[in-house]
Design a protein around this ligand. Sequence first.
Ligand code: HEC
Length: 184
Amino acid sequence: MASQSEKNIGVLMAGATVLFLIGVTGTCVLPFFDESINTPTASGKLRNYPANSAEARGRVVYIREGCFWCHSQAVRPVKADSKLGPVSVPGDYYYDSPVLIMTQRTGPDLMWVGSRYSPEWQYQHLENPQKFYQGSIMPKYNYLSEQDKKDLVAYLMSLKPAPTNQAGAAGQSGSQQTLKEIHR
Ligand code: HEC
C-alpha cells in the first residue's frame, strides 16, 4: 500500500528535483574541478594540430569519410585492449574536438594506430584494404584525392602516445604477432 508521502505530489516533485540536481552536479559540475580531466596529457598535446596542418586537414577527411562509424579511438582498461597501447585518459582528448572516441569497433581501435604501421602501409591500406586482409569489409578509399590521402595518412600517423608514455606501453613493437592479436 502506498504511504502518505507517496501520494503527496509536492513531496514527489521535491524528491525528483533533488535527485536531478545531484545527477547534474555529479556529471556536469564536479568534472569542472577535476584536474585530471582539464589538463591535457603529453599525448593529448600531440593532437593539438596547428590550423591547416596536414594532420588537421586529415582529421577533417577522417570525419567527412565517416571512418569513426567503424573505428573507435579509446583504449579501455580491460584485458581485451591490453595489446592496443596505453589506456586512454580524459586528458588525451583535451584538444580532440569534436571528440572521436566513438563506440563502434567494426574495425580495430585507432587510438594509437600511428605506432603500429608505417606511412607507406597506411597509404596502401587506404587504397585497398583487401590487399592486406582478404575479405576486409573496410571500403577502398582510392577515390580520395592524392592530397586527401596524404593528409589522412599524416593524421593516422599522428595518433600515437607521447614518447614519455611509450616506455611501459604494450603493443608498441608493431610485431606481426601483436598485429595478429589485434586483428583477432
Ligand atoms: C565499414 C567499416 C569501416 C570503415 C567505414 C572504415 N574502416 Fe578501417 N577498418 C575496418 C576493418 C573491418 C578493419 C580490419 C581489416 C583491415 O585492416 O582491413 C579496418 C582496419 C583499419 C586500419 C588498420 C588498423 C589496425 O590496427 O590494423 C586503419 C588504419 C583503418 N582501418 C583506417 C580507416 C580510415 C582512415 C577510415 C576512413 C577513411 C576507415 N578505416 C573506414 C572497417 C572500416
